[in-house]
Ligand binder design. Structure first.
Ligand code: IPM
Ligand code: MN
Length: 359
């Protein structure tokens, strides 16, 4: 298969973890006889510095022409410390999502048994956790009207949803549940918010076309408790943009390190794959960042294109790194391998084997 892949490293540790992902994709191409081509693009604070824009036109064009996008991370301390900055790195990512119509953000939270003892939560509570969050990515409070009064004393962000925006991701989530353990949980705040009540109506109606899937509704405040108290109860979680943003990060606690969580953002044409973690500017260039989240995102990319054996080979190589304790310091505490070393080990262990039946 020939795939044109745009590589958007972005800020902080983004470029260094993406380097490991590219290495792994090259290993997959060699092992399985594919042709993947990679083109770098500027985004985020790095792009602002060079061009004045967090998403230069050239990068957007590159992404539109590519089959898939590998994304690193976005954000820099100078902007975090200056909430009034008008041009911000995050705008690059938000614009990219909007322009490419990436309306569904898919984030799996699956506990690797060998790492279960390393979670900050009790092993018997998290062992066997395997759920996936479907977060709506283009609507709600993120993308609707924002206002600040002239005197600067009043601000608002409008939360708005249309039936169409809800139904396209709801269908995707129901289909995922149908393939999995057939349980869908809609997370909302329908006791207070009109948008949440619309979500409930639309999702409940759509649910009638998926009779094999059990639909539950949960308020966001309760969901925040349940994800920590009993994460195994979840299969597919469906939610709106802002709730999804928060719940995703909370889900990462179950695994023990945010450096282990991959994600995919998909739409009608394009697809983008990125680690859940942020730019972690304090670790930039220190060769300590965990590349696993980014490499697992590569596995999601391969799955997206139907390359399941290849995806399994990547996951099997990652599992091998866990078994041999070849991990960065955020995972096991005791071992302190560098980003490059872990990336090399995983890439070198990508093999075409019947034993790769892991996903
Ligand atoms: C995420 C990030 C982004 C978001 C930021 C960087 C705009 O937190 O992908 O979860 O809030 O969506
Ligand atoms: Mn987030």
């Amino acid at each position: 298969m020939h795939l044109k892949i745009a590589v958007l490293g972005g800020d902080g540790i983004g470029p260094e973890v993406l380097k490991q992902s590219v290495k792994c994709l090259q290993a997959v191409a060699e092992t399985f006889g594919h042709n993947f081509t990679f083109t770098d693009g500027l985004v985020g604070a790095a792009a602002i510095k060079k061009t004045g824009s967090p998403l230069p036109d050239a990068t957007l064009e590159l992404c539109k022409k590519s089959d898939a996008i590998l994304f690193g991370a976005i954000g820099a301390l100078e902007y975090d410390n200056d909430p009034n900055a008008r041009v911000r790195p995050e705008q690059g990512l938000l614009k990219l999502r909007k322009e490419l119509d990436l309306f569904a953000n898919i984030r799996p939270v699956k506990v690797f048994p060998i790492l279960a003892p390393k979670s900050p939560l009790k092993e018997h509570i998290i062992k066997g956790t395997d759920f996936v969050i479907y977060r709506e990515l283009l609507g709600g409070i993120y993308f609707n009207e924002k206002k600040l009064s002239e005197d600067g004393t009043k601000a608002s962000d409008l939360c708005e949803y249309t039936e169409g925006e809800i139904s396209r991701i709801a269908h995707m989530a129901f289909k995922a549940a149908k393939r999995r353990r057939k349980k869908l949980t809609l997370v909302d705040k329908a006791n207070v918010l009109e948008t949440s009540r619309l979500w409930r109506r639309v999702v409940t109606n759509i649910g009638e076309s998926y009779p094999e899937v059990e639909l539950n509704c949960l308020f966001i405040d309760n969901a925040a408790i349940q994800i920590i108290l009993d994460p195994r109860q979840f299969d597919v979680i469906l939610t709106e943009n802002m709730f999804g943003d928060i719940l995703n990060d909370q889900g990462s606690v179950v695994l023990g390190s945010i450096g282990l969580l991959p994600s995919a953002s998909v739409g009608t044409k394009n697809a983008m794959f990125e680690p859940v973690h942020g730019s972690y500017p304090q670790a930039k260039g220190k060769n300590i960042a965990n590349p696993v989240a980014s490499i697992l995102s590569v596995a999601m990319l391969l799955q997206h294109f139907g390359l399941f054996e290849e995806a399994n080979a990547v996951v099997a190589a990652i599992l091998k790194s866990f078994q041999k304790n070849i991990v960065t310091s955020d995972v096991m505490g005791s071992s302190k391998y560098g980003t490059n070393y872990v990336g090399d080990f995983i890439a070198e262990n990508i093999v075409d084997s019947d034993d790769n039946l892991t996903m």
